[in-house]
Design a protein around this ligand. Structure first.
Ligand code: NAP
Length: 333
C-alpha cells in the first residue's frame, strides 16, 4: 500500500473552467493483487473533449477521465512485465491498479520521442488522418481549410493535406503559431483570427473556394467557411472548441449546404481503428523524414493538469498539451 494523487472534478464549471473546479486528492493505492498490475503514470494527454464531459458525464469526486502512458511497476498478471510501457484510459491518476483491461503494451519507436505516441502517432494523428482522408474524402490537389491549424489535430491535418498536393489555408489565434505555420509548415495562407475578421480573411485566402473544411472550431469559423464551400464540398466535423464552454457565435450560413451539395459529417477517432496499420506506417515515415512536423507543450508536474486543460481554451498550448509526471520519461520508475 502506498499513497498517490488523483485530479478530481469538485464543482461543475460555469463557462471556462477555473482552478477551483478541480482538486488534487491524495488516496491510498493498494499493491497489485493476483491477476493485477500497478501502473505509474509517465505522461497524460490533456484534450478539449474533456470539457463538455465536465457538464454532466464526469462524476464529481472521481478522477478526471483521460488517457496517457504509464509504466508497469508491479505485475501479477502474465500479460504484463514490470517495466513495460502501456497506453491507458484510466484517468488522471498518478498510480493505479488494474486487471489489465484497457491497457495496451506500447513498444515506442526508439528513433522518436515517447511523447509523439500521445499525439502525432496516437489518437490525435489518427483523428486527423481518418477525418481528412476517409470522412473528408480528400483528393489530391484540392482546396483545403483547417481551423486551429496550430494545434495538435489541426497541424497534423494541414500537413497531410499539403502532402496530398493540396492548397491549404490554416487559421490560428497567435502570431507565433501563424509564423510557424507559414515559415516551417509552409501552408499556402495563414489567418490569425484574433487580428482580422475570419470571414473577410478566409474569402481573400480562398480564391478557388474550399473543397474540404476540416472543422475544429464551429461558430464564426464555420459561418465563414460555409459560403466559401465548392459544389460537392465536404466538412469533416472533428470538433467545435468555440462552443465547449457554452455560448459561442451563431451559425447562420447552413443553407449553403443545400445548393452546393455539401456533406457535413462528424466522427470520433475510434471510427478509424481499421486505418491504424496504414496510419502508423505512413505517419512514422512522415515524422522520420520531417515531412510532418509537430509542436508540443509539456507541463511538468501531475498537479498542473487542470492548468493544462484550462489553457486549451485560452490558446496557451502550442501543439499537443501534455503533462509529464516524471522528469526521466519514466525510465527510473
Ligand atoms: P489543440 O488544437 O491542440 O488545442 C486547442 C486550441 O484551440 C487552442 O490552442 C486554441 O488555439 C484553439 N481555441 C481555443 N478556443 C478557441 C475558440 N474559442 N475559437 C477558436 N479557437 C480556439 O487541441 P486538439 O486536441 O488538437 O483539438 C482540436 C479540435 O479537435 C477540438 O475541437 C477537439 O475537440 C477536436 N478533437 C476531436 C477528436 C475526435 O475524435 N473527433 C479527437 C481529438 C480532438 P489558437 O491559439 O489557434 O486559438
Amino acid at each position: 500500500m502506498s499513497t498517490s494523487r488523483q485530479i478530481h472534478l469538485v464543482r461543475r464549471p460555469k463557462g471556462t473552467p477555473e482552478p477551483a473546479d478541480f482538486a488534487v486528492v491524495e488516496v491510498e493505492t493498494p499493491d497489485a493483487g493476483e491477476g493485477e498490475v500497478q501502473v505509474a503514470g509517465v505522461l497524460m494527454s490533456v484534450d478539449p473533449y474533456m470539457r463538455p464531459r465536465l457538464d454532466a458525464d464526469q462524476a464529481l469526486g472521481e478522477p478526471l477521465l483521460g488517457g496517457g502512458i504509464g509504466r508497469i511497476v508491479q505485475s501479477r498478471n502474465p500479460k504484463f512485465v514490470e517495466g513495460d510501457l502501456v497506453r491507458h484510459g484510466a484517468g488522471f491518476r498518478e498510480r493505479f491498479v488494474s486487471d489489465g483491461r484497457g491497457l495496451a503494451v506500447l513498444r515506442p519507436d526508439p528513433d522518436l520521442p515517447l511523447t509523439v505516441h500521445l499525439h502525432a502517432l496516437g489518437g490525435t494523428g489518427l483523428t486527423a488522418y481518418g477525418g481528412l482522408l476517409q470522412v473528408g474524402a480528400l483528393a489530391d490537389g484540392e482546396q483545403v481549410f483547417v481551423s486551429t491549424a496550430g494545434g495538435a489535430v489541426g497541424s497534423t491535418a494541414a500537413q497531410i493535406a499539403k502532402l496530398k498536393g493540396c492548397y491549404v489555408v490554416g487559421s490560428t489565434g497567435s502570431d507565433e503559431k501563424a509564423r510557424w505555420l507559414r515559415d516551417d509548415v509552409r501552408l499556402d495562407a495563414v489567418i490569425n483570427y484574433k487580428q482580422e475578421p475570419i470571414g473577410e480573411a478566409l474569402a481573400r485566402a480562398t480564391p478557388k473556394g474550399i473543397d474540404v473544411y476540416f472543422e475544429n472550431v464551429g461558430g464564426a469559423h464555420l459561418d465563414a467557411a460555409l459560403p466559401r464551400m465548392n459544389v460537392r464540398g465536404r466538412i469533416p466535423v472533428c470538433g467545435m472548441i468555440s462552443v465547449y464552454n457554452g455560448g459561442g457565435e451563431p451559425v447562420r450560413g447552413l443553407f449553403n449546404l443545400i445548393y452546393r451539395r455539401v456533406r457535413m459529417e462528424g466522427f470520433v477517432a475510434s471510427d478509424f481503428t481499421h486505418l491504424n496499420a496504414a496510419f502508423q506506417s505512413d505517419m512514422t515515415g512522415w515524422l522520420k523524414s520531417g515531412q510532418v512536423k509537430y509542436q508540443e507543450t509539456v507541463l511538468d508536474g501531475f498537479e498542473r493538469a487542470p492548468e493544462g486543460l484550462i489553457g486549451l481554451f485560452e490558446g496557451r498550448n502550442t501543439g499537443k498539451m501534455l503533462i509529464r509526471l516524471t522528469d526521466d520519461g519514466g525510465d527510473a520508475l
